[in-house]
Design a protein around this ligand. Structure first.
Ligand code: XMP
Length: 196
């Protein structure tokens, strides 16, 4: 299955160095108190775990889930399913929310979450992404914090998956183009819109 993988795009050492710098910046720009850091599960969990341990701010943690329907997937359908939203809304009330997600692609996931939490009485809602794809929709979203800009390719590792696999890779890898193409053809044949 590792044969699905193409080149390493970002090494574990590069991730670690960038997180040091990003956390130093965020520590200064975020409020010192009243922050709730919200990992977007499942993809954002690895990034969030490494980021939060570098932040000096007094913060609490509350998770929220986002996904599309399961199956063979390499692109976003635009349909976002949120899980645990009621608890997330309760945790956001009266707090400065920091949403932490793995990747900004179409912006549908973070857009839906930001709107839902802003409407629930949060003092502010900021977004932080590990990766931002080089595409107009991702750039238009304007995340508050971003660790890396990457090409518009399907990537896995460090929390990101392909059909549930590869989340545990320590770095970010690209999938082989033929694997992406095969997955897209399969999704089309099964009438799947693909997922977030
Ligand atoms: P949107 O389009 O809502 O996408 O900004 C965010 C979610 O889509 C998934 N996604 C990917 N997952 N490799 C992945 O493993 C990718 O290249 C990729 N692009 C989008 C991901 O779940 C993310 O939270």
């Amino acid at each position: 299955m590792q044969s699905d993988l193409d080149q390493i795009l970002i090494s574990p050492a590069a991730i670690s160095a960038r997180l040091d710098a990003l956390a130093a910046q965020m520590g200064k720009e975020l409020p010192r108190e009243g922050v709730v850091l919200m990992p977007v599960l499942t993809g954002g969990m690895v990034f969030a775990a490494d980021l939060m341990r570098r932040l000096p701010n007094r913060l609490t943690i509350a998770c929220v889930g986002a996904s599309s329907y399961p199956g063979v997937r390499t692109a976003s359908s635009g349909e976002v399913h949120l899980a645990g939203l009621e608890q997330a809304r309760a945790a956001a009330r009266g707090k400065h929310v920091l949403l932490v997600d793995d990747i900004l692609d179409t912006g549908h996931t973070l857009g839906a979450l930001r709107d839902a939490l802003a409407a629930s009485g949060a003092l502010s809602v900021r977004t932080c992404v590990l990766l931002r794809k080089d595409r107009a929709a991702a750039r238009a979203f304007s995340a508050d914090f971003c660790a890396f800009d990457i090409p518009d390719a399907f990537v896995v590792g460090y929390g990101l998956d392909f059909n549930g696999l590869y989340r545990n890779l320590p770095g970010i890898c690209m999938l082989k183009p033929e694997v992406v193409m095969r997955a897209q053809m399969q999704a089309k044949a099964h009438g799947q819109g693909a997922g977030a």
